[in-house]
Design a protein around this ligand. Structure first.
Ligand SMILES: *Cc1c(COP(=O)(O)O)cnc(C)c1O
Length: 352
């Protein structure tokens, strides 16, 4: 069935293995981040086979899907008050920045006779989640009094909201604060988590500050590139995930619509360049499944010229391939494109 998202498990495993090897040389462990493929258990298993130390996801619904896989799991998004019971049940660690949430997690953990492990997030400038460094001492001082939880480390998230690039300055600060807090409050600081795929470039250049012993890696494993500068990573596949859509109409038509131009299906006023007659294909896939700005045809000679809810229009005039109705067109995906395809219930997920 089409449209389909093909997930190549061998390529996923291979990509994980190469990143793990890169990290191992610097005593860094990786958490395989599964949110971008909605935590498909087989794909998650491929990450574990490739050497991911634990599995991590931002959604507790996704971690539930992984409950039968025997490995440690981490909730990446700071938990909602309403989900604490599930958090202590389905995750071994969670990332946190609010004392009120830690209290609820502690109570929920005690109810089921568990101790819940927490990573305290620091905001080092990206302005998404995290305790501001000036307040960390007071925060940890209060957090250590909470029963039912144990502080197991510190982490930072960068290059997400503010686009701040990890460097020696911000990551050294993370290490320093983690060590200070560990000593002052006698903590077992097992994890110092220096960010996501955007920190990998520091590893490659051997500039990751000593003490950082964990990275949470999604995109680099999935798409084969680091995310501080968008560079391809040597030896990794960029096509572990491929989107395929089927052609349902193929005709020669003009490049400019005929009649008075009003609004398109989404309220925009379209503009057209007259390129004469065009060979146009319609693929049965639309904005309910993908964002055409975040996918790229394998065939460089195909142009994506528009999409409505259920149709994508392709200009195939210059393609060397002789497409027919019924053929599938293949696309690479960006991070956002993958997220959209993976979360659309209309896109069939095929493991190969
Ligand atoms: C999604 C996410 C990651 C993984 O980011 P990538 O850029 O895909 O490597 C890491 N940490 C947190 C908190 C996340 O939400």
């Amino acid at each position: 069935m089409y449209p389909r998202l093909e997930i190549n498990l061998k390529k996923l495993e291979h990509n994980t293995r190469l990143i793990r090897q890169m990290c191992e040389r610097h005593n860094v462990k990786i958490w395989g981040v599964t949110k971008c493929f909605c935590a498909n258990p087989m794909a998650a298993m491929a990450m574990l086979k490739g050497g991911a130390d634990m599995l991590a996801d931002s959604r507790i619904e996704n971690l539930k899907k992984l409950k039968d896989i025997p490995c440690k799991k981490v909730l990446l998004r700071i938990p909602m008050h309403c989900e604490v019971n599930d958090v202590v049940l389905y995750s071994d660690y969670s990332q946190n920045s609010e004392l009120s949430t830690l209290k609820l997690l502690g109570e929920a953990a005690q109810k089921i006779g568990k101790i819940h492990n927490v990573i305290i997030m620091l905001d080092l400038g990206d302005l998404r989640e995290g305790v501001w460094p000036d307040n960390i001492d007071e925060f940890v001082g209060e957090a250590v009094k909470i029963k039912g939880i144990e502080i197991k480390g510190f982490g930072v998230n960068l290059t997400c909201y503010g686009g701040v690039i990890p460097d020696e300055i911000n990551l050294s600060k993370l290490v320093e604060i983690s060590k200070d807090m560990g000593e002052k409050y006698n903590l077992d600081v097992e994890i110092i988590s220096g960010g996501n795929s955007s920190s990998l470039y520091l590893l490659k250049e051997s500039r990751l500050p000593k003490g950082i012993n964990n990275l949470r890696v999604g995109e680099a494993i999935l798409l084969g590139r680091e995310t501080a500068f968008g560079e391809r990573l040597d030896g990794l596949y960029d096509d572990a995930f491929v989107l395929k859509a089927q052609i349902v109409e193929l005709k020669e038509k003009p490049s400019v619509p005929i009649g008075n131009i009003g609004m398109d299906a989404f309220g925009g006023k379209p503009v057209f360049e007259d390129k004469g007659m065009m060979k146009r294909a319609i693929a049965a896939m639309g904005r309910q499944d993908i964002d055409i700005n975040l996918i790229r045809p394998f065939d460089d000679d195909i142009k994506l010229i528009g999409a409505s809810s259920d149709h994508t229009i392709l200009d195939i005039t210059n393609s060397k391939k002789n497409y027919k109705v019924g053929d599938a067109v293949e696309f690479y995906l960006d991070y956002g494109g993958l997220l959209k395809a993976a979360t659309s219930e209309y896109v069939h997920k095929i493991l190969i």
